[in-house]
Design a protein around this ligand. Structure first.
Ligand code: GN1
Ligand code: MG
Length: 367
């Protein structure tokens, strides 16, 4: 990717007192919203990220959430259990981010040497580590007061809200896009009817309000060079919310055998061994803190989250791709098809999920 064509990077590097001619820049990661670059500067290799302020409309508040949570973790992580959360690099004037003359917002973060991310779990060890990292992240933030955080994206995972956005996209979409998406619109309506009771229960405030990540998909877990899970990354959506959304989102990406945008939907399937490993890792760290209501509903959340994400991709397709970065025409529809297929498969697996959750928690494999 030619960064120079998209953004004027030189003033950004200078804000960190770097000489642009001495830095090598490469596109990094697979996020759909922000733009991330790996910068190899003479003294350090680090990450530079453009925050998408069309989506994160209040960057000051987003950065305040980021600083509050990472500072809390750094100050409170037990010494016998280090949790190396991501850390910001201040600009040379001491600010947490830089606003360039073209109106873009940038921040820099340390890159832990040798660390890496993955887009799908390649074995049960990686799934276990991923679950364990999410559980540790929650424990690190257990005593953090959620009222201190700004609600930067209100109703982020509200099924009711997302369904209304889908309905209004459908009401104004092009005829051509509606006919291309026809099958997936029908499937969405059926999935909505099945999943609405759980969505409404969450939206009604039935479950505990906690500090949650809101985007704990597998590529937001950082691993060290030996394959050990280190920490959660991409903290932009950390807000007060419902743990069930996180568990479901993690499972939709960790216990699925295919990519989020798998083009061949016959390959979209659920892996029970990967589910079991993730759940063991997660409950091992956080099983003792789950409420009874949470325990009773965890098994239904992978279908719910695959549906919510699939519906959002479909909505964006109907809106002519204004939200997620797409890599080819029809990409959002392809993503929607994969996630809506996955939602059905996750739903078919929920009895197996329930048994595994119950036995994992009962075995107390965790605490
Ligand atoms: C977006 O940008 P990225 O890839 O971290 C989205 C998440 C979705 C995810 C689907 C702010 O996250 O909610 O789950 O795509 N983030 C936002 O992969 O909408
Ligand atoms: Mg994200």
């Amino acid at each position: 990717m030619e960064i120079g064509n998209e953004f004027d990077i030189a003033p950004v590097l200078r804000a960190w007192a770097l000489e642009p001619g001495l830095c090598e820049i490469q596109a990094y990661g697979s996020g759909h919203i922000n733009s991330t670059f790996k910068v190899s500067a003479p003294e350090e290799i680090f990450l530079l990220q453009r925050i998408n302020h069309h989506i994160f409309k209040d960057v000051e508040k987003l950065m305040a959430n980021f600083s509050l949570t990472t500072r809390f973790i750094l100050n409170n992580a037990p010494t016998d259990e280090p949790y190396p959360t991501i850390r910001l690099i201040s600009t040379s004037s001491g600010a947490g981010f830089f606003r360039s003359a073209d109106g873009n917002y940038w921040r820099a973060m340390h890159l832990l040497p040798g660390s890496y991310t993955i887009d799908t779990a390649r074995n049960t060890g990686e799934a276990y580590e991923s679950g364990s990292v999410l559980g540790r992240f929650y424990r690190m933030l257990q005593n953090f007061k959620s009222e201190e955080l700004f609600m930067t994206l209100p109703a982020f995972h509200s099924l009711g809200g997302r369904y209304r956005q889908f309905e209004s996209a459908l009401a104004q979409a092009d005829f051509e896009r509606i006919s291309m998406a026809h099958e997936w619109i029908e499937i969405s309506n059926k999935l909505h009817a099945t999943l609405q009771p759980l969505g409404d229960k969450i939206d009604s405030g039935y479950f505990p309000l906690r500090v949650v990540h809101n985007d704990p998909k597998i590529n937001n877990i950082l691993f060290d060079s030996r394959g050990k899970g280190l920490c959660m990354i991409d903290l932009d959506t950390v807000m007060p919310g419902c743990l069930l959304h996180d568990f479901g989102d993690a499972i939709r990406t960790t216990a699925s055998l295919s990519a989020e945008d798998e083009a061949d939907i016959s390959l979209v399937n659920v892996s029970i061994p990967l589910f079991e490993a993730y759940t063991r890792g997660f409950t091992g760290q956080f099983g003792n803190y789950l409420s009874d209501a949470e325990k009773k509903h965890l098994h239904k959340t992978p279908a719910l989250m695959a549906f919510i994400i699939g519906l959002r991709f479909l909505t964006d397709f109907l809106n002519n791709d204004v939200y997620y970065r797409v890599h080819h025409p029809g990409h959002n529809l392809q993503r929607a098809a994969a996630q809506l297929t996955l939602a059905s498969k996750m739903g078919e697996s929920e009895d197996a999920f329930a048994r595994i959750i119950q036995s994992t928690i009962q075995a107390g494999q965790g605490s």
